[in-house]
Ligand binder design. Structure first.
Ligand SMILES: Cc1cc2nc3c(=O)[nH]c(=O)nc-3n(C[C@H](O)[C@H](O)[C@H](O)COP(=O)(O)O)c2cc1C
Length: 201
């Protein structure tokens, strides 16, 4: 195996024990997140630890409404929409800890034209991904389990407003985490088909 062990060890784990996650560990993982590379020596990231029951519910409701609207527009049957939204509620409400990774424009450049402004946003989003990966690696190194959940990237303003966050804190990533349920079995990780996905030029 050529992948470093601490990278290989992080898996997406979607089931946890009921034990809580100490705040000081979450803070340590956020510090690890903040060592990620970012454009212009910026740190255009904010992290929101959603602890309180009413905040969890507000987040689930806010993102759930946005998702419901999208799914109904897709023409999905109402019963299926209800099932999906309810499952998402459970995921948000039951996780021992939940952290949102938000993007701000802090330290980024602004351009008068759309294509460079979009590229700047893309750079910031890439760096948020690096920060979230660092967070999850640090979490795994401490023996905790985590799973990235895509939901907020589809509705950043709804997630922000549900939690009354500052206007420029836009949630794009959600990580649920906790002590791993010892019975959880993840999917096997497929081998890396290097010859298909890498080219030396
Ligand atoms: C941007 C992003 C969004 C993801 N969204 C979800 C999600 O909504 N639900 C989920 O169960 N896993 C989600 N995942 C986790 C992936 O399914 C997981 O990383 C992938 O299957 C590889 O498994 P591994 O992380 O155990 O290596 C997401 C991962 C990324 C990077």
């Amino acid at each position: 195996m050529t992948v470093p062990g601490f990278i290989e060890a992080r898996r997406s784990i979607r089931a946890f024990t009921d034990n809580t996650v100490p705040r000081d560990r979450i803070d340590a993982w956020i510090e690890a997140a903040c060592t990620a590379p970012a454009p212009h020596h910026s740190r255009p990231w904010r992290f929101v630890v959603v602890e309180q029951e009413e905040s969890r519910r507000a987040l689930a409701d806010g993102m759930g409404r946005a998702w419901q609207t999208d799914l109904e527009r897709d023409g999905l049957a109402a019963t299926r929409v209800d099932q999906l939204v309810a499952a998402s509620h459970r995921k948000i409400e039951r996780a021992p800890a939940l952290v949102l990774g938000c993007l701000t424009w802090d330290g980024l450049d602004r351009y008068p034209d759309e294509h460079r402004q979009r590229a700047e946003h893309g750079m910031a989003l890439l760096s948020l991904g690096a920060a979230v990966e660092n967070f999850m690696l640090a979490c795994a190194a401490d023996g905790y389990a985590s799973c990235w959940v895509a939901a907020p990237i589809f509705c950043p303003p709804a997630a922000r407003d549900a939690l009354d966050l500052p206007p420029d804190w836009l949630p794009h990533a959600m990580v649920v985490l906790g002590e791993p349920d010892p019975d959880y079995v993840g999917r096997p990780r497929p081998p890396v088909p290097l010859d298909d996905l890498r080219r030396f030029v």
